[in-house]
Ligand binder design. Structure first.
Ligand code: HEC
Length: 106
């Protein structure tokens, strides 16, 4: 099972990288491409205690943990947040970009 999931996520990641190569540059302030289909489902409005996107105050105590710890929280899941945060094809860099986007006042 795990192997199948790994192969699938690797394939998706390769496809995502290929797509990124031709995608136009994302404008500053725009959400990363994975946001709407994953993190945004909960963080857009703060479902089940999720720190809401753009609420810098809610994010401040989280950011104090450091980016590495936050990326680990997403990878492993945290309470109501499922492991991977619904983006199993995301790399650690993708997670960091998504976190930075959500933690920054919009
Ligand atoms: C199913 C809902 C859900 C989705 C989808 C989701 N989150 Fe979360 N997230 C939460 C909740 C709820 C919390 C608060 C967990 C807690 O502290 O109890 C949280 C907390 C966090 C934290 C703080 C972790 C910490 O250690 O304090 C980060 C960072 C985070 N989410 C990033 C993400 C990213 C990046 C994505 C998309 C890839 C994502 N989340 C998708 C529900 C979600």
């Amino acid at each position: 099972m795990r192997t199948t999931a790994f192969i699938r996520s690797t394939a998706i990641r390769a496809a995502a990288i290929a797509a990124l190569a031709v995608a136009p540059t994302v404008l500053a302030g725009d959400p990363p491409p994975q946001y709407a289909a994953s993190c945004g489902a909960c963080h857009a409005v703060g479902v089940a205690g999720a720190p809401a996107t753009g609420n810098a105050e809610a994010w401040a105590p989280r950011m104090e943990k450091g980016m590495e710890a936050l990326v680990a929280s997403v990878r492993n899941g945290l309470n109501a947040m499922p492991p991977g945060g619904l983006c199993n094809s995301c790399s650690d860099e993708d997670y960091a970009a998504l976190i930075t986007y959500m933690a920054t006042a919009q």
